[in-house]
Design a protein around this ligand. Structure first.
Ligand code: ADP
Length: 507
């Protein structure tokens, strides 16, 4: 292997739900090249979502080549490879042939809802939560693995013979990049399977037995920043051995990429939905408000934990204004339209299109608009919709502070809708905290880059990483306290009108 000091880049492979990307970072933490390719999703039945693991790999190989050739680089210029991935998505393959026995079952897939309900009926919700930090749900990998073993012909027998391997997307990628030599995952991804005990840091025998999943299928669980193996992909050429040196789930990757290294640091990603994670350091905090407890990362012999909450509808509400209501031509225009009024005119939009998540947890809630008068304008509705995103974030962060007893010290934002200055200012006002938006909002890939760079000496330590941070803008709270309390009180009233709407009145 060439000397790490002579290497120019860290290569990040970001395997998302709809696309894969390869990004090359230089020593200053700047993006030097990037290539992206969409991957297909299949919907064989309503509510089912699948991907082709082989397509994912060939797309990945394509983007690696493209990102390198764009800047006339080869793998010999690469100090380390880091992987950030969509979480929970489940792949099972035969270790003798390397062939998947079934498509990847994507995190969004609801086919195993009944299996999850059965676990709850058996009274296992609380024991599973204590062990894994998660709410029993089809979303996590556990019931998806069981479904494959129970439904794919010959799978159960092959698993019992020790011929099958399970992995999340990170595991599948590392296994293939190392020509089948390395079968690993990291703590952050393991903590999303609902099979991993986050207290003892081991796969949980009781849950495996309950679901009839053999231990022999499971990957070895490693830190998020260490050398797992070396790239052995002939098509990529190169003389030097390139270490694969980080693996981390996408939301945790963005927490690291946003440099939320300390207790109380939080990041909010404003995409279609919203993901909020708060670092609780080495402390496992179980939530009384329906948040999940997750492993943030493992590095230097230590495991850090986080509380995680998500909002189902965030940017999606702006898409709805654009595509269904035709109030906007572009999501970007929401800012200008919202600023045309000085307030929402007493109007509240509750975008509970598919129910409400933490801390409300009402699957029967539906969207509503309240407080409409003859004076309500398009601008008021647009503004109220943006404000609703911020109010939902406040609900979740309040729950996090209550559960952890921690104050939010540092709030970093990223994701498509974080570019909206009105939304960010309103968010700072409602949280009564400074909201910080970095120059590079691709925090997920950045996190994997930092972790791979740290494992290989490309960057020496966290203080060197801290110096790479670029803040484009921060938003300071400036709203009068009484005004803030009045607005939030209105939201709390409005959100109650959406509760239980889809329930049959006779129930
Ligand atoms: P995802 O990764 O979930 O696909 P992105 O991070 O790309 O999402 O963000 C896209 C979402 O952000 C869309 O729902 C879009 O409506 C919303 N969005 C993008 N730009 C803005 C903006 N300037 N103001 C408000 N919402 C926006």
């Amino acid at each position: 292997m060439g000397n790490v000091n002579s290497k120019k880049y860290v290569l990040v492979l970001d395997a998302g739900t709809t696309s894969v990307r390869a990004i090359l970072y230089n020593r200053e933490g700047k993006v030097c090249s990037m290539a992206q390719k969409e991957t297909m999703q299949f919907y064989p039945e309503p509510g089912w979502v699948e991907q082709d693991p082989q397509e994912m790999l060939s797309a990945l190989l394509g983007v690696i080549m493209e990102a390198l050739t764009r800047i006339r680089a080869t793998t010999d210029d690469v100090a380390a490879i880091g992987v950030a991935n969509q979480r929970e998505t489940t792949i099972v393959w035969n270790k003798n042939t390397g062939e998947p026995v079934y498509n990847a079952i994507v995190w969004q897939c609801r086919r195993t809802s009944d299996l999850a309900d059965e676990l709850v009926k058996k009274g296992l919700e609380e024991p599973i939560r204590k062990k894994t930090g998660l709410r029993v749900d089809a979303y996590f990998s556990a019931t998806k693995v069981k479904w494959i073993l129970d439904n794919v012909e010959g799978a159960r027998q092959a698993a019992d013979n020790g011929d099958l391997l399970f992995g999340t997307v990170d595991t599948w990628i590392v296994y293939n990049l190392t020509a089948g030599k390395v079968h690993i995952t990291d703590y952050s991804n393991a903590s999303r399977t609902m099979l991993f005990n986050i207290n003892t840091l081991e796969w949980d025998n009781d849950i495996l037995k309950e679901l009839d999943i053999p231990m022999s299928m499971l990957p070895e669980v490693k830190e998020s920043s260490e050398i797992y193996g070396y790239l052995e992909y002939e098509q990529l050429g190169g003389k030097d051995k390139v270490p694969i040196a980080s693996v981390i789930g996408d939301q945790q990757a963005s927490l690291f990429g946003q440099q939320c290294f300390d207790e109380g640091d939080a990041k909010i990603t404003y995409g279609t939905g919203c993901f909020i994670l708060m670092n609780t350091d080495e402390r496992i905090v179980f939530s009384n408000n329906g948040l999940v407890t997750t492993i943030a990362w493992g590095i230097d012999g230590k495991v850090k934990y986080a509380l995680e909450g998500s909002i189902f509808v965030a940017g999606a509400a702006i898409q709805w204004l654009r595509d269904s209501m035709h109030l906007l031509d572009d999501s970007f225009d929401s800012e200008y339209l919202a600023m045309k009024s000085t307030d929402s005119g007493g109007c509240y939009v509750v975008p509970a299109f598919t129910g409400l998540g933490a801390p409300h947890w009402d699957q029967y809630a539906r969207g509503t608009i309240v407080g409409i008068t003859r004076g309500t304008t398009k601008s008021h509705i647009v503004r109220a919709t943006l404000e609703a995103i911020a109010y939902q974030v406040v609900d979740v962060t309040h729950a996090m502070m209550e559960d952890s007893g921690l104050d939010l010290t540092h709030i970093q934002v990223d994701g498509g809708a974080s570019s909206n200055d009105f939304l960010m200012q309103f968010q700072a006002d409602m949280l009564e905290k400074i909201v910080r938006r970095p120059g590079d909002v691709e925090a997920t890939a950045m996190g994997a880059a930092y972790l791979a760079g740290l494992a290989t000496g490309f960057w020496t330590d966290i203080s060197e990483i801290r110096a790479l941070k670029s803040e484009a803008r921060h938003f300071e709270p400036s709203m009068d306290k009484d005004e803030r309390n009045k607005l939030y009180k209105g939201w709390n009233k409005a959100v109650k009108y959406s509760y239980s709407w889809a329930k049959d009145d006779d129930e």
